[in-house]
Design a protein around this ligand. Structure first.
Ligand SMILES: [Fe+2]
Ligand SMILES: [Fe+2]
Length: 282
């Protein structure tokens, strides 16, 4: 059964092949020399490979029920992009593990949460988890692309370029899982209920992974690092302060990801970040 798709534009979603140099990551605490912010970046990156496989599986389960040719094509692009993100982030995670960061234990931590979700939730609920997490990534993406100070502290690793490229593709495919949910499940109450759980637990899981990384490295954050990390998240234009209203939008009945217009960020990413565009090989 397929309900009419949304008014999403028929933009083509295609994975870009990029040439990132992972060997540039040479310092454990590469991000502003700050252990809290660096472990936040590692935690995010460690969550991607298995997390994005979960996203792909939850959308793929419904693919055969979709008749709309535009949405079918979007699903193909979504799967291609997420599979590619998984591989690139795994390369980065391997490089970080080579420096001595406990990437494997935190990967397993996230995998246990995902496997719990696979066991406990039915397919419609798993797709609702994916749609909610796609809103998290699209929101993070907008903040990253609009605030150069987010990544400017990182000039010694490939993560800056990876985050900007990943952010742009997340915005490109932000509505796909949502549209599949709307077409095949279409339970607004469940979508909102699950999103509330996802939004509450996401940062808790990231914080647990950060503590695991710091504990493994026997590294106690310094007062300066705590202050800087607080500002990064809760200061003026910090992610948590900036994003709170963006998360509330998703919890409104009838919300659609394209209600938030981020198209200008896609139109101008190559001119805003020519050094990232230059890394595209296909
Ligand atoms: Fe992704
Ligand atoms: Fe995504």
């Amino acid at each position: 059964m397929t309900a009419p798709a949304t008014n999403a534009p028929a933009a083509s979603i295609k994975p870009r092949q990029m040439d990132f140099d992972m060997t540039l990551l040479k310092e454990k605490y590469f991000f502003r020399g700050n252990a809290i912010l660096s472990t936040l970046m590692y935690a995010l990156s460690a969550s991607f490979p298995d997390g994005e496989r979960f996203f792909i599986d939850s959308v793929r389960y419904y693919r055969d029920q979709i008749d709309d040719p535009v949405l079918k094509e979007d699903i193909r692009g979504f799967i291609g992009q997420e599979a590619h993100h998984s591989r690139i982030h795994q390369d980065f995670n391997d490089q970080a593990a080579g420096l001595g960061m406990a990437m494997e234990p935190i990967r397993k931590h996230f995998l246990r949460r995902l496997n719990f979700g696979r066991k406990r939730f039915n397919h419609g609920q798993q797709l609702a988890v994916t749609a909610a997490l796609e809103h998290v990534t699209a929101t993070l993406a907008q903040w990253t692309l609009e605030n150069p100070q987010v990544t400017e502290g990182d000039s010694t690793s490939p993560l800056r370029e990876m985050l900007l490229w990943h952010a742009m593709e997340e915005i490109e495919h932000k509505a796909v899982a949502f549209d599949v949910y709307r077409a095949c499940v279409n339970d607004e109450q469940q979508r909102i209920r699950i999103a509330k759980i996802v939004f509450r637990t996401f940062w808790i899981q990231m914080a647990i992974a950060q503590v695991m990384l710091l504990w493994h490295d026997r590294r106690l954050p310094r007062w300066r690092e705590i202050r800087e990390a607080w500002d990064f998240m809760w200061g003026e234009n910090g992610f948590r302060s900036w994003s709170a209203p963006e998360f509330r939008k998703y919890l409104r009945r009838g919300f659609h990801p394209n209600d938030i217009d981020q198209s200008r960020l896609l139109e101008r990413w190559q001119s805003d970040f020519p050094e990232v565009a230059a890394l595209q090989v296909a």
